[in-house]
Design a protein around this ligand. Structure first.
Ligand SMILES: [Mn+2]
Length: 432
């Protein structure tokens, strides 16, 4: 006998992967864990006749010869994983898109870092010329969208997007999709979110705004990751963590969300024994003190700056500048010659202002071209320091609606970073 299964707390990507596996291994029996996410449960109850799924109770483990595991790679994520682990002579296949280290010895595996596991499996189906029904395409797209935040999470790969195209081509129904992907935000989730908001605190760690919140939870509350997601947006921080202490106090769930690429939540929760991707992740901890968990998270955040590229790596240097006595006419000529849109203005070593093309609009008569730049420049230039990240620079330029930032190193003008320097960095790749 062959059995297909996936992780507890089955989400759409996991269910979609199980269904895809039934097409790839027609002789295998699909087995779902007892704990399904509420939206998956709702989907299955509507499609009861379409997807014939078994539960662990229906299966005699001693008869299994081959176990096909999808969307996870750890025994403890499976229902009765400890029993399966001990089953003798079991051949194990894994299809998974998670990066963490696996504790399962396999005879065969397909592991690749993609936004959703269904992306890898759909590719295999296409390769084997297996066709999929509109209902299957709809389910697959649910999984793909849920795991990639409708292709918006930073973990999304080009292959995820191609797969979305393929599934829509195969008649995935976007109306059904919308119905089921609607997150389960109910009274319980609202209560937790309100409690969190009452005690919300913001902190700066490595120049990112961070909020770590701790709440006690009574009974089972689903969709806590959605609550953290909303919390992060409302408190308006780059990174939010929720520490949910389950009543009794011997267990807690840590859920994190990051909105900046430099802070990888997945690697933070992985070092706590959990899992996730760049933008979202969670970990389950046993018998812990919540203050210690909070400190642990903050410590990890301090050490988790992934950006190895800094402003100094992409800024222009040496800088063209003018003295404050330079005439506007001269400035215009320099801007034209150098092909730039603005210049720092200095008094000796000191930065005293910035002049940009925009400032020329203030000129009313031609004679003003003889006036010194001092009369027209912006005397309060926004500056940045060399060790900041390019994304930080880009945000400052957007926030202040300016095209360039002088880079100041210990009071000395060390370079200048322009909007196009930042754009080149984001779109072209890293500097040499
Ligand atoms: Mn997945």
């Amino acid at each position: 006998m062959q059995m297909i299964t996936t992780h507890r707390g089955t989400d759409f990507d996991a269910l979609a992967s199980v269904v895809a596996a039934t097409i790839l291994y027609p002789a295998a029996v699909p087995v779902l864990p007892g704990t399904l996410n509420p939206n998956v449960k709702a989907f299955l109850s509507l499609h009861k006749d379409v997807f014939d799924m078994k539960t662990v109770k229906d299966i005699d483990f001693s008869l299994i010869k081959r176990l096909i595991i999808v969307d996870t790679n750890r025994w403890d994520r499976l229902e009765k994983g400890n029993l399966l682990k001990e089953t003798k002579g079991l051949e194990v296949f894994i299809w998974d898109h998670h990066e963490n280290e696996s504790d399962i010895a396999t005879s065969w595996e397909c592991r690749e870092k993609t936004g959703a596991n269904i992306t890898i499996m759909t590719r295999a189906l296409r390769k084997e010329n297996k066709s999929i029904s509109p209902i299957q395409a709809t389910l697959f797209l649910c999984g793909l969208y849920e795991d990639t935040g409708s292709l918006s999470f930073t973990s999304t790969t080009a292959d995820d997007a191609y797969t979305a195209g393929y599934l829509i081509e195969n008649k995935a129904d976007l109306n059904i999709l919308r119905t089921f992907l609607q997150p389960a935000y109910g009274q319980q989730q609202k209560d937790v979110l309100f409690t969190m908001l009452k005690t919300a605190e913001r902190k700066r760690i490595n120049n990112y705004s961070v909020s770590v919140n701790c709440v006690e939870i009574h009974g089972h509350v689903s969709s806590l990751s959605l609550v953290v997601h909303m919390y992060r947006e409302i408190v308006n921080v780059d990174v939010a963590f929720g520490i949910f202490v389950l009543s009794g106090g011997d267990k807690c769930i840590v859920i994190g969300r990051s909105n900046v690429p430099e802070i990888n939540v997945g690697s933070i929760v992985r070092s706590m024994g959990g899992g996730g991707n760049d933008g979202a992740g969670s970990a389950m901890l046993k018998a812990v003190n919540q203050d210690a968990v909070r400190e642990w998270i903050e410590e990890l955040l301090r050490g988790n700056q992934e950006s190895s590229v800094h402003v100094e790596d992409i800024m222009s240097s040496p800088v063209f500048f003018v003295s404050q006595k330079t005439s506007m006419g001269n400035v215009a000529q320099i801007l034209k010659e150098k092909g730039c849109t603005g210049l720092p203005v200095v008094d000796g070593e000191k930065l005293v202002g910035i002049i940009s093309r925009r400032d020329f609009k203030k000129i009313r008569k031609e004679s003003q071209l003889e006036s010194p730049v001092k009369a027209f420049m912006n005397m309060h230039p926004v500056t940045i320091t060399p060790e900041k990240s390019p994304i930080h620079a880009a945000r400052m330029m957007v926030k202040h609606d300016i095209g360039r930032l002088p880079v100041m190193d210990n009071g000395r003008l060390a370079g200048i970073i322009s909007r196009s320097d930042a754009m080149r960095f984001f779109y072209d790749a890293l500097p040499d």
